[in-house]
Structures are given as structure tokens and as C-alpha cells.
Design a protein around this ligand. Sequence first.
Ligand code: BGC
Length: 388
Amino acid sequence: MKPSILSLALPCIIAFAACNAPANKTTTNTAMKDSISYGHLPPDSAFEKIIDGKQTHLYTLKNKSGMTLTMTNFGGRLVNLLVPDSAGKMIDVSVGLGSVEDYIKSTERYYGATIGRYGNRIAKGHFSLDGKQYTLATNNAPNTLHGGKKGYQDVVWDAKKQNDQALELTYLSKDMEEGFPGNLHIRVTYTLTDDNSVKIDYEATTDKTTVVNLTNHTYFNLNGEGSGTILNHSVQFLADNYTPVDSTLIPTGKIEPVKGTPFDFTKPETIGARINDDNQQLKNGKGYDHNFVLNKHDMKMPVALVKGDKTGIVMEIYTEEPGLQFYSGNFMQGKNTMKYGEKDDYRTAFAMETQHYPDSPNQPQFPSTVLKPGETYKTQTIYKFKTK
Ligand code: BGC
């Protein structure tokens, strides 16, 4: 069923109106803990280490308006993302850790990371390609999650700063690494543009038929890392449908309308408004941990709008990917101490991972994730920041 132009444009128009509401500055200033110094970047030395014989570093990108992004090549991770709030104060909206050691020790593996070879889940660690069966590690029993035991979040990427605003990461994922066929040459370029966007360009080629689903796993809190739960953030998606899941978070194969369910974010709604509803899908996900089927993904209009209630920071997502995994931090357990000293408590961050649908290698009715020799995997996602 094709959505009408009006049904596509309307949510954005409504959202922009909603996001235009003036931010509550009193809340902004009093609710932020004084102890959190949002402009403070970790020292570069905290990211210097040799892992698997390769040197890790912290790289800093800065745009003309002072927005700052830091990344480490350990896992291709976004560490800091300093964005101006509606009062002009810099807020770190990327929830992350303060050193490479902390990322190694963290019980949560995916903070800020570039994810692959297959972002999201593959059922029971099996898929077949060209009549051949492949077996992967079931690191998220009974399934494979985010590429297996040692996904791209745990490898050291080669990094090259192209200029003050762009970092190119490359990685050769060898044939049968984590059980996936084909030498996969990957290039991911993170660019901080002058319109306060983080642009991510993914590219990959293979020498054997394989499956690829790359994404970024930044945990966002638009009120700032350490500022409490994300339940009062408002969210809107350009998605009339989603892919329901079983209790192990594998899609049932159906594409179902969000209408009349707690998954209807076609109009702005807070994350917390319905998250505890008596709904089997919310029970399966332990909250939101679902793939939204995007009505359109042509970079012309945002597929998602998220607003931090305390800061007025709005994040728009543009993508060429057909799906968006919305994860509301349901497995966060306060076990790690983050870069400003706060714990990563339950639902204090969310992820919005642009990607193909979970388990696509086993679900032929979903858009294909197969990459063949001679083809180039190429996809772009933009996270754009504004204040309203
Ligand atoms: C998954 C969650 C998982 C999280 C780990 C998300 O992409 O959907 O189920 O717990 O990643 O960081």
C-alpha cells in the first residue's frame, strides 16, 4: 500500500510545528546537574592504546558554529557530540565512556559504535546464501546480534582525518570473520557539516556473495548524558508500519500497521507515554526495541524527529535505509560509569539505528541485504541537530 503524499508530508509539518514550541528555559537550567561539565572532552591520552597490534586514538571534529564531535577508531565509535541547546549552552548528547579502557571493560558493548557486518539480529545464528549454510556465534542467545562475538565495535579501524570536519574509517573484514563469507572492504566517513549535521557515508565491496547491514549505535540523550531518563523526549517517525517480533526479538515476518498501537509515532508522542502499556510487543521488546518500516527513505524529509524536553534540542534523521530500529535503553542496568561520572541507568539513552530489517537474510520478503562481488554497498544517514 503506497502512502499518499499528504500522509507523508503531514507528520513532518505537525512535528515541525510541535518542535517550534519555545523550550522551557527554567527547566533547562535547573534540571541539569551542576556537576556535569558538558563541554569537557576526555584527554586524547585516554584513547591511546595498542589493541590487536593497532594504535587507537581520539579524533576531534569541529564545525564553524562550534559543534564538536569526537570519535575513536576503536570500534569506530562516536564518543562526544556537543550540540548547542536553545540557550546556546553546549550539551553532550552522546552517551559514552571516557577512555578506551572503559569501552573495553563496559558490559554494554555498543556505545557509539559502527556496527557490522550485520547490524541487529540473525535468527539462531544461521542463514544460507547460494545454497550454502553459514553458522554464526549466537552471542545474544539464541540469536546473533550486531555481527557476532567480535563485531566491528571491537576492532580497530584505520582512521584518516580528511579535514577538520571529516574522519574516514576503513576496515577489511576478512573472509569468514565471525562466520560471514567474503573479504569485505569497508569505508565509513563521518562528517560534521556546518548545518550541525553528522553525516555518515557507508561503503563496502566484497569478493564473495555476502550479507551486509551496517549502522551506527550511538546512545543519545538529547537532554545531555547523565540527565535522567529519556521518557519525556518526544518522538515522531515517518512510519505507518513496523515489524513485530517474537520474544527473542526476531521479526515474525509480518509487516503490521502502527495505527491504534503504542507504536504509532506518526504524530509526536513522548517515549514514556505508552511504554508500559499492556501490549505483547512491548513485553517482547521489554519496551521499544523494534524496527519501524519507513514510508520513504530518500533523504528529502526526515524519517524521525526527536526532541529533548529539557534542552529543546531536536534531532532529525535522514536516511537511505528502509528501516529504523528504535531501542529505548531497556537493557541498561546502571553497571557502567559514563564519561561525566553518571551511571548508565535504565532508559537513560535511546538508539535510533538506520538499517535494513532484522533477520533479513532469513526473511526473503524483506528488502535484501545481499552484496555480490562487483556491486558496491553505499548508503547515507544524517543526524541533524536544531533547537526549537
Ligand atoms: C538492540 C537491543 C540491544 C542493543 C544493545 C539494539 O540495537 O535492538 O536489543 O540490547 O542494541 O546495545
